[in-house]
Write a protein that binds this ligand. Structure first.
Ligand code: AR6
Length: 173
């Protein structure tokens, strides 16, 4: 199954799509979201503004995903998803995180794209414990990719410590 873990800046990856760990407003933020907007240029913010709101200030619900072009990025598209904020694990965080991965892959397939890189969704500001998030990511991706060699998934960690956690989850699965 084409699934690997790397340590890299996701904005440097030449993929069909990179995933952004955004917030529901989709108008940028810190962390990987800020890095992606900086690297893609202001046209990305303009594209995000045109996405419809389902409620005031909500362009993407938690667990949902939206696609835009990548503009100045080496990646052709950005798939924006909104991970859950960690509240201790009893507010459907795992289910919502799982939806992020499934919905992002759904958009990838819908566009007939093949290569995608995910950051460690929710593992920064949103506070999801990394080892638990890695288990959700790996289990969901293995399930989605079973019998599908066409899609190539990279889990892009931003530090060697995070890479070790995701690699451990992949090895253990
Ligand atoms: N490439 C790859 N991974 C990165 C990069 C990068 N350039 N920069 C940071 N990371 P976070 P979240 C890692 O906080 O927890 C934003 O403000 C980072 O080290 O970016 O889902 C949004 O607007 C961490 O491991 O996303 C939301 O408000 C992982 O990416 C909120 O943060 C995710 O950390 C979303 O929080």
């Amino acid at each position: 199954m084409p699934l690997k873990v790397v340590s890299a800046d996701i904005t440097s990856l030449r993929m069909d799509a990179i995933v952004n760990a955004a917030n529901p407003g989709l108008l940028g933020g810190g962390g990987v979201d800020g890095a992606i907007h900086r690297a893609a240029g202001p046209a990305l913010l303009q594209a995000c503004r045109t996405l419809p709101e389902s409620a005031p200030g909500v362009r993407c619900p938690v667990g949902g995903a939206r696609i835009t072009p990548g503009f100045l990025l080496p990646a052709r598209y950005v798939i924006h998803t909104v991970g859950p904020v960690w509240h201790g694990g009893h507010q459907d965080e795992a289910l919502l995180l799982e939806r992020c991965y499934r919905n992002a892959l759904g958009l990838l397939r819908g566009q007939r794209l093949r290569t995608i890189a995910f950051p460690a969704i929710s593992c920064g500001v949103y506070g999801y414990p990394a080892a638990q998030a890695a288990d959700v990511a790996i289990a969901t991706l293995r399930d989605e990719l079973a019998g599908d060699d066409a899609i190539d998934v990279t889990l892009c960690c931003f530090s060697d410590g995070m890479r070790a956690i995701f690699q451990h989850a992949l090895n253990a699965a």
